[in-house]
Design a protein around this ligand. Structure first.
Ligand code: AMP
Length: 280
């Protein structure tokens, strides 16, 4: 496995990879969720490239940019185990040259839901993903369904900017207790991680209510009620029942048809996101 530690090195090494390249962009602190993206890329493509870059522009003021874990050597070892061909670890100046002024916005999609909770987040995501795709020129790029709105936004971006890349979504990888794997789970103690499985249980309870034909209000109340009973210290920062085309929210007494229940829960100071598909 090769490691490129700058844009220049990537440009030197990229031609060695063939023209059937799968790309997995990450922020590092790799876990089995990232590895499931790599496994799918390994299965579907002749070469696999992973990037590790903690993108400053997608963090808001007061968020965890500095604290974000950066265990580079362990990450490289995990990539090696997954049979990755090339890991690109760019420097901030590689992706944001001095004096950079250009950004990519995907709006209104990027302003809604997660974008409402984190106002500059998707502008940062869209900008960095555009740069990463231009620099790596993959045939396929892999993104997790854990960040479902991000996946939707990247599909939109790729279509709008005429990128010749196939965007591939990968199902959420979970811990045994259902907690969606995330680099931010490392901020939690083992006991807290165990407790945080209740977020998944709450989503399952909401899914069961949906299957019984519940209204939007009842589905929301089911999730909130479950969390109040089982994880009372947690705060639901965002809860959205979104139509499957990401067009709008289901609300009130409306019966929910196909869509997603998407939540952001703050627990023990950590913002955890998760979702479940509601479909019959
Ligand atoms: P991150 O390093 O958190 O920016 O994530 C890099 C990629 O891995 C994104 O496409 C995420 O959606 C994906 N990812 C992160 N956690 C998971 C998970 N638990 N299951 C599936 N994909 C994930």
């Amino acid at each position: 496995m090769k490691v490129a530690r700058s844009l220049l090195e990537l440009r030197q090494m990229r031609p060695e990879l063939n023209q059937d390249l799968g790309f997995v962009p990450t922020m590092g602190a790799l876990h089995k969720g990232h590895q499931s993206l790599m496994a799918m890329a390994r299965e579907e493509c002749r070469a696999v490239l992973v990037s590790i870059f903690v993108n400053p522009t997608q963090f808001g003021p007061g968020e965890d940019l500095e604290a974000y874990p950066r265990p580079l050597e362990a990450d490289l070892e995990k990539c090696r185990q997954m049979g990755v061909d090339l890991v690109w670890v760019p420097q901030v100046e590689d992706l944001y040259p001095k004096g950079a002024q250009t950004a990519v916005v995907v709006e209104p999609l990027g302003q809604k839901w997660e974008g409402e909770s984190r106002p500059h987040h998707f502008r940062g995501v869209a900008t960095v993903v555009t740069k990463l795709l231009l620099a790596t020129r993959p045939q396929r790029a892999y993104f997790g369904e854990k960040d479902l709105q991000q996946l939707q936004l990247i599909r939109r971006l790729v279509q709008d900017l005429l990128f010749e890349v196939e965007v591939c979504g990968v199902p959420i990888a979970r811990a045994e207790n259902g907690l969606a794997l995330s680099s931010r789970n490392s901020y939690l103690s083992p006991e807290q991680r165990e407790q945080a499985g209740q977020i998944f249980q709450g989503l399952q309870a909401a899914l069961a209510a949906y299957k019984e034909g519940a209204t939007a209000d009842t589905i929301e109340a089911t999730f909130r009620g479950h969390l109040e009973q089982t994880l009372s210290e947690a705060e639901v920062e965002r809860l959205d029942l979104i139509t499957s085309d990401f067009g709008r929210n289901f609300r009130g007494e409306e019966l929910v048809e196909n869509g997603f229940l998407s939540v952001a829960v703050r627990y023990a100071g950590v913002r955890l996101i998760d979702q479940v598909e509601l479909c019959s």
